[in-house]
Design a protein around this ligand. Structure first.
Ligand code: AMP
Length: 585
C-alpha cells in the first residue's frame, strides 16, 4: 500500500479542519444537521438554493463581504458583494417574471464565464425556475440537442453564439420564447432582447416564491454511451450536499478565497463554482480566461487564493511544463488543493508537494450525484492515487452483478467491481428528463450503480479503475460516443463510425473516431481533414474528434452492433486474450 501523504501546510493559514475526526463524524452524521445549519425561506415557505447562497448573507454584517471577484480576459476586475448579488439576482428574477416565465421553466445559459451567467443562475433559482448551463465550446448540434431536450424557455447568450449555434435551429425550438443577448444595448425584436436593457428596467426587490426541497432547481446534461445526452434533474434539497461538502471536503473557513477552475457549463462549475462557496460566505474567484500557467500562478498569488479546486488535466498541463513558473510567485496563502473529474495519478499528488508545497486532494463524484461523494478529507493522510473515503452520510460499496442479474456486495478488499451508492442522499438526481426507463436502469438491488469500476482497500479507501461503459472523459469533460458518431454519419462519405477515448498524456483521453467509408469514397488525408472540419463545425471543439482513422469495416458482435471495445483494445495494444478482461457489450 502506498504511504499516506499528509498536508503539511501549517501556520496562520492552517486552521483546524471542519472535520477533525473522520470515523467519529461517520458514526454521528445525520443530514438533519445540514438542514439545521441552513436558513430556509422565511415564514415556512420552504427551501431555495439562491436564498441560502445569497439572500441570507445580504443585509447582515456579511452583506458587504466580497462574494465573487471576476477577472476579465483583458485584466478587468469586477467585484460583487453579497448585497450586490442579492440586488442583481432579484433583478434577473424580475426580468423572468416580466417575460412571463415562472415555476419549473428551464432557463439556459450559453456563455463563457461572465458575470451575467452567475446572475442568471441564481436569479432563475429565485424565480423557482430550473437553471441549465450549456458549455460555450459546444457546436450547434450539441446546443440544439440540449435546448430541445431540456425544453428551454429562455436562453441567455451572446450575439455571436446565438447567430452561429441557435439561429439555424430556431424554428425547431418552439418552446424557446426569449433569447437575452448580453452584448447588445437595444432589443432586436420581440423575442431577441437586450439583457442589459431588461436588467436596467427591472426592480431591485423580489420576494422568492415558496419552493419546496423537492422542487426541481438544476438540469445538467451528461453524455451516455448509447443515445443522446441525458438531462439529470436536481432539486433544491441538493443544497444540503453542497453545504456539507463545502464544510467537510473543501473545508471553507471565514476569510477563505476559493478558486474553482471548472466552467459552469459542467456540474462542478455550478455546484462548486457557484453554489457551495456562497453558502459558506467565502470569496470566489472567477477567471474568464482559459488555462495559462503564468496567469494562473499570478492569480493564485495576487488573489491570495487559499483553497484551489481544479482538474487532473490542468495539473498535468502544469506538470509537463519544462519550467514551473510558480517558483517566482508567493503561494504561501494556499492551504488546500483539490482535484476532481478524472483519475489523479500518484505522481500528480507528489508533484503538488514539490511544486506547491501541498499534496493534491482527489475527490470523486458525477453529474448524477450532484456533489462530492468520496474524498481525501483534509484531516486524513492522502493515499496518492486513491479517490479517498465516502462522505459521512454516504454509503458506498463495490458490487458485482450475478448471472441472474441480482446485485452482490463485494465484501473482500481489493476486488474489482462497480461503485454503488445507497440512494437517498439529498443531491441524488431525481430523474433523467423525459427518460424514466433510462433512470430506472441506474438502480438495482437497492443501489444506485455509478458505471465506474473501482476497488476498495481494507481501510475503506476507494481506487478508480475505469468506466464500465464506453463514455469518454476528455480534459475532464464527458463525451458520449453516440453523439459524435451521429454527427459523422451525416457526412455523405461515411458508412459507419465508432468513437473511442484514446489515452493521452495531457487530456486523459482524446476523442478518436474510426470511420468506414461508403463505396465510391477512398481513404485520403484530404477526406480526413474534411471530416474533422465537418465534425468540428457541428459539435464544437470540446466534443469533435481529434483523430480519425479509416477502416474498411468496423468490428461487430453477432447482433451487428459495433464493438467499440475491440477498437479500444487495439488502441491500447491489448491482445485477444486481454479482451476477455473487457466487459461484454
Ligand atoms: P461527470 O458526470 O461529467 O462529472 O463525470 C463523472 C465521471 O468522471 C465519473 O463517473 C468518473 O468516471 C469520472 N471521475 C470523476 N471524478 C473522478 C476521480 N476523482 N477519479 C477518477 N474518475 C473520476
Amino acid at each position: 500500500m502506498p504511504p499516506g501523504t499528509a498536508n503539511k501546510r501549517s501556520g496562520p493559514w492552517g486552521p483546524e479542519p471542519n472535520l477533525p475526526d473522520y470515523d467519529m463524524s461517520c458514526a454521528s452524521f445525520c443530514w438533519d444537521d445540514a438542514a439545521r445549519e441552513l436558513d430556509w425561506l422565511p415564514d415556512g415557505k420552504g427551501l431555495n438554493i439562491a436564498h441560502e447562497a445569497v439572500d441570507r448573507h445580504a443585509e447582515t454584517p456579511t452583506g458587504n463581504r466580497l462574494a465573487i471577484r471576476w477577472l476579465g480576459r483583458e485584466d478587468a476586475v469586477l467585484d460583487f458583494t453579497y448585497n450586490d448579488l442579492k440586488r442583481l439576482t432579484n433583478r434577473f428574477a424580475n426580468v423572468l417574471q416580466r417575460l412571463g416565465s415562472g415555476r419549473a421553466d428551464t432557463i439556459c445559459t450559453l456563455t463563457g464565464r461572465i458575470p451575467e451567467l452567475y446572475t442568471t443562475a441564481l436569479g432563475t433559482l429565485k424565480n423557482a425556475g430550473v437553471f441549465c448551463p450549456l458549455f460555450s465550446a459546444y457546436g450547434p448540434e450539441p446546443v440544439f440537442q440540449r435546448l430541445s431536450r431540456g425544453d428551454a424557455r429562455v436562453l441567455v447568450t451572446t450575439e455571436s453564439h446565438y447567430r452561429q449555434k441557435v439561429a439555424p435551429f430556431a424554428k425547431q425550438l418552439p418552446k424557446l420564447r426569449h433569447v437575452l443577448l448580453v452584448d447588445i444595448e437595444e432589443h432586436l425584436g420581440e423575442t431577441l432582447l437586450s439583457f442589459p436593457k431588461m436588467m436596467s428596467e427591472a426592480e431591485d426587490a423580489f420576494t422568492i416564491p415558496p419552493t419546496s426541497p423537492e422542487d426541481v432547481a438544476l438540469l445538467h446534461f451528461t453524455s451516455g454511451t448509447a443515445g443522446m445526452p441525458k438531462g439529470a434533474v436536481h432539486v433544491h434539497k441538493a443544497v444540503f450536499t453542497h453545504y456539507m461538502t463545502g464544510k467537510y471536503v473543501l473545508d471553507f473557513h471565514p476569510g477563505d478565497v476559493f478558486w474553482c477552475t471548472a466552467d459552469p457549463g459542467w456540474v462542478t462549475g455550478v455546484s462548486y463554482g457557484i453554489i457551495s462557496p456562497l453558502l459558506h460566505a467565502v470569496t470566489s474567484i472567477v477567471d474568464e480566461a482559459d488555462f495559462d500557467a503564468v496567469r494562473w500562478c499570478r492569480i493564485l498569488e495576487s488573489q491570495k487564493v487559499s483553497i484551489w479546486y481544479t482538474t487532473p488535466t490542468a495539473i498535468r498541463r502544469l506538470m509537463h511544463l519544462k519550467q514551473w513558473p510558480c517558483v517566482q510567485y508567493d503561494l504561501s496563502r494556499l492551504r488546500l488543493v483539490h482535484s476532481v473529474g478524472e483519475p489523479l495519478h500518484p505522481e500528480a499528488v507528489r508533484w503538488g508537494e514539490e511544486a506547491l508545497g501541498l499534496p493534491i486532494h482527489d475527490n470523486w463524484w458525477q453529474t448524477e450525484t450532484g456533489g462530492i461523494m468520496i474524498a481525501n478529507f483534509p484531516c486524513m493522510d492522502i493515499r496518492p492515487g486513491s479517490m479517498g473515503r465516502p462522505l459521512p452520510g454516504i454509503e458506498a460499496a463495490v458490487v458485482r452483478r450475478a448471472d441472474a442479474g441480482e446485485i452482490q456486495v463485494v465484501a473482500e478488499p481489493d476486488v474489482q467491481g462497480e461503485l454503488a451508492l445507497r440512494p437517498g442522499w439529498p443531491s441524488m438526481f431525481r430523474g433523467y428528463l423525459h427518460e424514466e426507463e433510462r433512470y430506472k436502469k441506474c438502480f438495482a438491488g437497492g443501489w444506485y450503480l455509478t458505471g465506474d469500476l473501482v476497488r476498495r482497500d481494507k481501510d475503506g479507501y476507494f481506487w478508480f479503475i475505469g468506466r464500465a461503459d464506453d463514455i469518454i472523459k476528455s480534459a475532464g469533460h464527458m463525451v458520449g460516443p453516440f453523439e459524435v458518431e451521429s454527427a459523422l454519419m451525416e457526412h455523405p462519405a461515411v458508412a459507419e463510425a465508432a468513437v473511442i477515448g484514446k489515452p493521452d498524456a495531457i487530456s486523459g483521453e482524446l476523442v478518436k473516431a474510426f470511420v468506414a467509408l461508403k463505396s465510391g469514397f477512398e481513404p485520403a488525408d484530404d477526406l480526413r481533414l474534411e471530416l474533422m472540419a465537418f465534425a468540428w463545425k457541428r459539435l464544437g471543439s470540446a466534443v469533435a474528434p481529434k483523430e480519425i482513422e479509416f477502416r474498411s469495416t468496423l468490428p461487430k458482435n453477432k447482433a451487428g452492433k459495433i464493438m467499440r471495445r475491440f477498437l479500444k483494445a487495439g488502441e491500447l495494444g491489448l491482445t485477444e486474450g486481454d479482451l476477455s478482461t473487457l466487459e461484454a457489450e
